[in-house]
Design a protein around this ligand. Structure first.
Ligand SMILES: [Zn+2]
Length: 177
């Protein structure tokens, strides 16, 4: 068996390692969720994609006040916010605590789901991503009083994925053992 497969098996081999893996994954996805929460309405609803060249990956993260492009080490989930004492590294404007909170929320969400659903890990991964979409939708709704279309489209998609994974991968861990 090759290296990557062996490692993957290690990281899903116990409830604890799988939970840890999902927490790390949740923090990183939480960071990208912040980008989506901020940019989705700007791009999809307010048309800044064409006029200002904004997309989910471009431009790189900038300070909203002084517009300075952030270095990678200013962008490490939760840790950078703590290290910089919630201030921009350049102009010292206050960075809202929502950014690390969303990252922590995703970490907790992924971790709890991984721990509770370890017996059916493919379902756990699908469920965590589903929860992620719902949380993003909630934040955008809170900010703009409007639900994103993908929020509704995702409902039947995830129900369908659940049905498939439940019947085929429900006992994936048991099969590995
Ligand atoms: Zn700044």
């Amino acid at each position: 068996m090759d290296f990557i497969t062996l490692n993957l098996q290690y990281w899903i081999s116990t409830k604890e390692t799988f939970t840890f893996t999902m927490i790390v994954f949740g923090v990183m996805v939480g960071s990208f969720s912040n980008v989506i929460i901020y940019r989705y309405p700007e791009i999809i609803w307010y048309g800044k994609g064409k006029s200002e060249g904004m997309s989910l990956s471009c431009p790189n993260s900038r300070c909203p006040k002084c517009n300075t492009e952030l270095k990678w080490y200013h962008n490490i989930p939760v840790l950078s916010w703590l290290a910089l004492r919630a201030k921009c590294a350049f102009c010292k404007v206050k960075i809202p605590s929502r950014y690390p909170l969303v990252e922590l929320l995703m970490a907790v969400t992924y971790g709890v789901i991984a721990y509770l659903m370890y017996g059916t890990i493919v379902n756990a991964v699908i469920f965590a991503i589903f929860a992620n979409v719902i949380i993003i939708g909630c934040f955008i709704y809170y900010d703009h009083n409007r639900l994103m279309k993908i929020f509704w489209v995702s409902l039947p998609v995830f129900i369908f994925l659940f049905a498939i994974s439940s019947s085929y991968f429900g006992y994936y861990v048991a099969l590995i053992d």
